[in-house]
Ligand binder design. Sequence first.
Ligand code: NAD
Length: 497
Amino acid sequence: MMPAITHFPHFIDGSWCPPDNDLWLDAVNPATGQTWARIAQGDNIDAGRAVDAASHAFTKGEWSTYTHEQRAGALINIADSLEQNWEQLVEYEICDNGKRISEVKAQFSCLHLWYRFFAKQALDVKPRRLENQVPGVINRAHYEPFGVVAAITPWNSPVMIATWKIAPALAAGNTVVIKPSEHASVSTLKFTELICSSGLPAGVINVLCGYGHEAGEALVEDNRVAKVSFTGSDHGGRSVAIKSAQGIKPATLELGGKSPQLVFDDADIENALNGVLSGIFLSSGQTCVAGSRLLLQSTIYDEFLGRLIERVSRLKAGDPFDIDTDIAPLANQAQLKKVLSMIATAKKQGAKCVYGGERTYPPGVADGYYVQPTLFTNVTRDMQLWREEVFGPVLAIVKFKNEEQALKMANDTPYGLAAGIWTQDFERGDRLGCKIAAGTVYINHYRSVSTGSPVGGYKMSGYGRELGPEAIYDFLQVKSIWRGTQPCADPFPLDDS
Ligand code: NAD
């Protein structure tokens, strides 16, 4: 007999909450193609319930009385709980999105650090006395939470990306409704259950499941939601930006990328190879900073390409739970279809597939959403592969002659999320780093994120920043408070003459 499939309802006001319409979505394990759980398909009534809980917690609940120190304490409690219990969550994330166990463990074992970092920021936010030219007054800036924050997250790293929103939002004193991806919600639900058991008052964090165009839109449109923080595709981001603008509420958008990696002929080639491989093939290319365009100086083009093909040919597809697996599946069937269709278009448009380019299966596995690591040369700027995000293990490779040409190619994209520069000439690295239009530039390094370093995009990659020294201010609004220290002058004095 097949084991019963567990149903995961919403998590609202500190407890599990079944969907109003009793509709459920399949959670499909991308390594097997099998349904392994079901999640609630939320509608506007469920969205309203989640916002009721968050709104009550913000205005009337115990959380509304918390001082900065108590908020910092709550974040430390979450951090302690995660540090002790993160391993419980690993399996859920792998079943949800097929990410390799080593990558999930690396992310989850560090989750607690983000909460510790923002616990400090909670204490750093203080009213400031402001300079002013008006005699007889004192003017101060106060920083206040918005209220209910909608945190909308994608499927590629659901728990980590939710953390980048939750930790600063709570440090600032807000309450949160998370809307995880319909393709990967369970790890976020279990994570929220875990962190709420650390003593956080009910309703401070809630999870609303369901489709973006149903639950997600209903959440953004709810006029009690005061701030939206969205990570996802530019398509979803544009819709969220429009709805937020209609409700006159601020939105932070972390969107896609088509990030270039520039390799100069003076680079340490082995180092650059490692950076290029990790940039595009970790998480099967499903990371926002994927280095999906490789720009090689013509003098090392043949050597670098030969070595790259040799390294890629060693990568083995396998079970994401197996520590020896190099290539895990794509996270869902829709993504598989998209990636295969973009590969087919690249071939049709004349790009040359020099490695991979097909669906694949690990030995002994008959299903699963695996795609070979894929390398294309002869890519031109009019091709879809040059301009559009694949979000899969597909690398577009081109040649450049000199620095000027490399810069032009690097910036020849509607996106601006990240870039990598590989050179021993540090002046050149810094010079290019300043001229490339991207929110993050790595020199002789790629892909790291850290609490203290801002993440965000230029151009179509979005606006606003997460993480970094100012991250908490994205979740605070500033109030200017004036206090008179001298009597006010009569604005209409009697004329004694
Ligand atoms: P997506 O836009 O399809 O969905 C993201 C989230 O938004 C999901 O929860 C979805 O349900 C919701 N959503 C979609 N449309 C919505 C709408 N109209 N109103 C409200 N909510 C809506 O993106 P995805 O396919 O889940 O994620 C992949 C994308 O995310 C890629 O483009 C990737 O580059 C991007 N991403 C960006 C970053 C970053 O930091 N910049 C990080 C990770 C992923």
